[in-house]
Design a binder for this molecule. Sequence first.
Ligand code: NCD
Length: 305
Amino acid sequence: MHLLSIDDLSTGDIETLFQLSDGFLEVASRPIKKVPTLRGRTQVNMFFEASTRTLTSFELAGKRLSADVVNIKASGSSVSKGESLKDTILTLESYRPDIIVMRHHQVGACRLAARYTGASVVNAGDGAGEHPTQCLLDLYSLRRTFGRLDGLKVAIVGDVLRSRVARSNVFGFRKMGIDVRLVGPPTLMPPGIGRWNVPVYQDLAALEDVDVVYLLRMQLERARGRVPPVPSLREYSRVWGLSRQRLRPGQKVMHPGPINRGVELSGDLADDDRSLILHQVESGLAVRMAILYHVLAPHPEADTG
Ligand code: NCD
């Protein structure tokens, strides 16, 4: 199976992934952190856009499951020589990969790739489209922290406009019974936000009663020549930036990373014990091991040997 959108998974699938993740979290605590689950399988990570934590966690996840892992980055590959995505996928197809993990700057690129390969395609972020594995690791981090998901209140704050994380998280969080709201200036909300069917607030007072404040990075690199949606980063951080003082006792902070210290959150808040940012990264490795296992699990030959 492919994992292209968070909507590809039922609540039952997500529960199964959490159970698998619990097992893989335990593997990560052992002195020898490797299991033979995907021995003989080939995983290709194709990253056409910058990434640190997503690429390293997928690479490490594959290696800890004993898969053969190959990384392809846009710079240094034939993509920079003008090869089309279709031709790159067809070329790789000759090696018969089992899993292609892909990040691309265009919405829908992973869905297109899935048409030309027999491998299971995992979307590791497609433009401003989706980022389903981030949503799953965030859900898993929440579940580990609070012991439940149903009934939690989460505010997603900031640059929703260009955020694939916000898109996947709104839909995935709601699927698991979380009460989600969006908070930020109207210029950072996408057109058509009404169709998301989620409350939108233009005031930090909307954070008052939430359990978790989920901050988004200001993605100015995606503005590309267009008028920036906020007057300046200093202004944004003064009005919308989160500091320790603005957080109520007991509230937790999440962020998909990379963080901009001093923009969407203050440096001391990033290092505060109410920040789950590094907990999210730890959860990410276990969840991505679970995902790699799960996308291959329906194939009967996955369990042999
Ligand atoms: C996010 C992404 O790439 O969409 N980061 C990530 O995957 N850890 C969010 C971001 O870049 O701000």
